[in-house]
Design a protein around this ligand. Sequence first.
Ligand code: J2J
Length: 538
Amino acid sequence: MLPHCTAWPENLAARYRTAGYWRGETFSDMLQARIEQDAQHIAVVSDRHRWSYQQLGQEVDRLARGFHAMGITANDPVVVQLPNCAEFIAVIFALFRLGALPVFALPAHRQFEIEHFCRHTGAVAYIIADQHGDFDYRVLARKLKQEVDTLRHVLVLGEAQEFTPLGVMPSWDGDLPAGPQAGEVAFFQLSGGSTGTPKLIPRTHDDYLYSVRASAEICGLGPDSVYLSVIPAGHNFSLSSPGSLGTLYAGGTVVMSAHPSPDVALPWIAREGVTMTALVPPLVPVWLDAIQATSPGLSSLKVVQVGGACFSSTMANRLVQELGVTLQQVFGMAEGLVNYTRLDDPLDVVLHSQGRPISPDDEVLVVDDDDQPVAAGEIGHLLTRGPYTIRGYYRADEHNARAFTADGYYRTGDMVRMTPEGNLVVEGRNKDQINRGGEKISAEEVEHQLLAHQGVADCAVVAMPDAYLGEKTCAFVIRRDASLRSIDFIRFLRERGLATYKIPDRIEFVSQLPKTGVGKINKKLLRQQISMQLSVPA
Ligand code: J2J
């Protein structure tokens, strides 16, 4: 395995192979098999493309040859930051073919995050769109090229300016080197994180393909399935649960929506006969309201998945009643474990639980503060290990010692309870994180950034309730100078290149921060304080 990654113990690896979870198949093998099966079937659709499996294969080949000609090779990390588009799929399969390692950045990431991913992995290339939303990624690329020594190439979808256009790559007519082995790391996912810097998650072809394949089966995907990808394509949910990879595994069609808003995403449903999509909770009321107003033809849509953050049973019920679709709740994590309510579960289970694990070999423990199992049905910390859950983050020994138990269970940081039928209900969290409508923010990361401001004597970042996003971010700040205003700190964080979704939604100036008995900042009290403040009309 790649250095600085933690392999599964050999006895368990052998077991996962014998059980047929790890089949020695790579992502390139998977695509090749689909091309051979039905080359003319439509694989990927986006604003500018409508590729059959054969055309996708040709595009992957062209890109792989281009990357190879540029010197990108096995184990070279490549930060991929593309919006949802057909090219995203072609780029990642081209990198998979060479054994190069995509790092799945989100379109919302900015210089702070991208520079960290580049430095931490020693990335050799950065792949972007020219612009998306109102952001010009070439400006960021220009800064990165100056800052990061390892970064040799910037490849741009669209107007490349001084960089290499993805559309006109150098070509290589010779043989390509042999591809990677299935047991090797295929790419890096990103952790939602609760520490100072975002952690990287190494996933192998074997383990990820198992979760993709099993997810496609659980969701009943086949060649007639049309999956609409609306949340960022590189996020674990839209990539693999079953997401675009699961759809391609099943020989179906992936439709890439450049934006999740209903005006962009909904027209795809009637146009392409979309059968399934995946949403984060805040999108649900927005979509439902838009559908009520315009009632577009949605009869093809059979399954809507919702996951990534707590989803109220009231809204779940509204979704089922108003759309007449099957709802599937999904509770997953880029580190591995994914739980689904099953398509034939009773409505009660679908409305009130987050489902059960993919695999019979997912080991799930619900424990107390001393890692002892709680009584049946009680709330506790969720620990897990299994055939597609990592054993360690990339280059993070110190953090790994805390994030995993001695016997390899991942401490998810989620508080759950298990129903008598074995379904999990997410009851809360014991990680220092804000879940802003599915976008995860590490409190510590934002605190570090704020503390870099000379005017901040101390600070603490906590979640505050929000009717639309579920949670937003509130920073309690002890400032050194009373003339400093919220906007000064917000501007400072922006200029440091922190992704916009991590910028605190509210700053409360205080003269001291409450402490616990052991002298740590009492965040529970701060959360209570801001909740009370918000519930009292001003
Ligand atoms: C409450 N909290 C949830 C849910 C995730 C599928 C779906 C989601 C993710 C994802 C994913 C939740 N209810 N239904 O990777 O493959 C919170 C938990 C969890 C964390 C993981 C997938 N679904 N969460 O959201 O890596 O706190 O993955 O530990 O972004 O999101 O975040 P992430």
